[in-house]
Design a protein around this ligand. Structure first.
Ligand code: NAI
Ligand code: NA
Length: 395
């Protein structure tokens, strides 16, 4: 099969297996070039391990600290005439590279919100690893079936209280327009919290704890976002922001339990806004990211997922370092994004962006390159005109 990108709105419905593997290799090379992360994790569970920040966490743990990793994700295999999702190919490529380097790597593809997948994970940890010393919780999902009630909750990306109007960009067509998003009702707020809040993370940690699968001093971490005033109504102060407040509540509850049981720790890292499958679906945010990339590249402080997580592990979590907490007890690797000089430059550009000057005033070009890269397109050394086998079994 010859596989080309097929972009439909904010998704690409194709993915290139060799390109995804090359993307994984780039991230591995980056982590190796930064050198070993001392006193790093040895046995790691990553929930949401196949793309974005979770994938970068897995790569950093494995190739920065030589960790054994169990990755949980929910990806679609190839079907007749249709390639698999990028996370499917990413996970295969990661696992091959890890095993070739002599590292343990195992995968579970299925719904992390379910009791069944948790049970499978506990069994694999007990059998192969004994215990885990790091749990990374990095799910981004549009829905969750609650394991107790059976109810299906759907998350929304909506403001709370009043409608919100701002500029947005159709990243595929390059059209800048105004969008108005209606506020969520109470049910929408509660549903988003049920999907993206902290309850499932707590369920994972309780299950691991009850099965005595957490090593002494174990660390648990999950990721959040705050961002600037331009996106507050749709992010920090919107439905997703409410869910993140609940995730922070869960971090404190998990921290207290870990302290009491294994002398461990749990916290939230607030990360930078980056092109991922999750962020590309949020209105307004892709325009913000396009301007952010422009400004941070000019300042020489731009990072992608792998740079963010490598810095988090090497300067905050391990390597003889102690985390620096903000007033709310969170680690901030969005620090470079939030620098006043960066945010002032973005605010100066924001009101002037139009369809006509989009390429000039923003890094929409870089956004699109990053977006396609997530699906394995545009990687150097890949022959995209070559026939390639899309059917790869999970390993
Ligand atoms: P992503 O879409 O790249 O990754 C989501 C992961 O969750 C994938 O591995 C996917 O397979 C997995 N997943 C989704 N539903 C699942 C299910 N039911 N069962 C098992 N696995 C499932 O997302 P991204 O952006 O890496 O997000 C991860 C976390 O980072 C989220 O909490 C997000 O809010 C946070 N974050 C994202 C930022 C961004 O700009 N992208 C910025 C700061 C934080
Ligand atoms: Na992730």
């Amino acid at each position: 099969m010859i596989i080309k990108p097929k972009v439909r709105g904010f998704v690409c419905v194709t993915a290139h297996p060799a390109g995804c593997a090359a993307h994984i290799q780039q991230q591995i090379d980056y982590v190796k070039a930064k050198g070993p992360i001392k006193d790093g994790p040895r046995k790691v569970l990553v929930i949401g391990a196949s793309t974005g920040f979770g994938l970068s966490s897995r790569i950093t743990a494995a190739f920065g600290s030589g960790a054994a990793t169990l990755g949980i994700f929910y990806e679609r295999p190839s079907e007749e005439g249709r390639p698999a999702t990028p996370g499917w190919y990413n996970s295969i490529a990661f696992t091959q590279a890890a095993r070739a380097a002599g590292l343990y790597a195992q995968n579970i593809n299925g719904d992390a919100f379910s009791d069944d997948i948790k049970k499978q994970a506990l069994a694999i940890i007990a059998r192969d690893l004994g215990q885990v010393d790091l749990v990374v919780y990095s799910l981004a999902s549009p829905r969750r079936q609650h394991p107790r009630t059976g109810a299906v909750h759907k998350s929304t990306l909506q403001p709370i209280g009043t409608a919100y109007t701002n500029k947005t960009v159709d990243t595929d067509k390059g059209i800048v327009s105004e969008v108005t998003i209606q506020p969520a009702d109470e049910a929408g707020i509660a549903d988003t919290l049920a999907v993206m809040g902290g309850e499932d993370w707590e369920m994972w940690m309780d299950a691991l704890s009850e099965a005595k699968l957490l090593a002494p001093g174990a660390t648990a971490i999950s990721y959040s976002y705050i961002g600037p005033i331009h996106t507050w109504p749709i992010y920090k102060d919107g439905t997703i922001g409410r869910a993140k407040i609940d995730l922070e509540r869960a971090a404190k509850a998990i921290h207290a339990k870990l302290q009491a049981t294994v002398g461990g720790r749990a916290f939230i890292s607030v990360n930078k806004a980056l092109v991922t499958q999750a962020s590309s679906a949020i209105p307004v945010v892709p325009l913000y990211i396009s301007i952010l990339y422009k400004v941070m590249k000019a300042a020489g402080t731009h990072e992608g997922c792998i740079e963010q997580i490598q810095r988090l592990f090497a300067t905050q979590l391990f390597n003889g370092q102690q985390p620096t907490f903000d007033s709310e007890g969170r680690v901030r690797v969005d620090d470079w994004e939030m620098r006043p000089a960066i945010q002032d430059a973005i605010s100066a550009i924001w009101p002037h962006v139009t369809t006509e000057n989009l390429v000039e005033l923003t890094d929409i070009t870089g956004y699109r390159t990053e977006f396609l890269k997530m699906f394995g397109f545009g990687l150097p050394g890949i022959d995209y005109d070559a026939d390639i086998e899309p059917h790869l079994p999970m390993i």
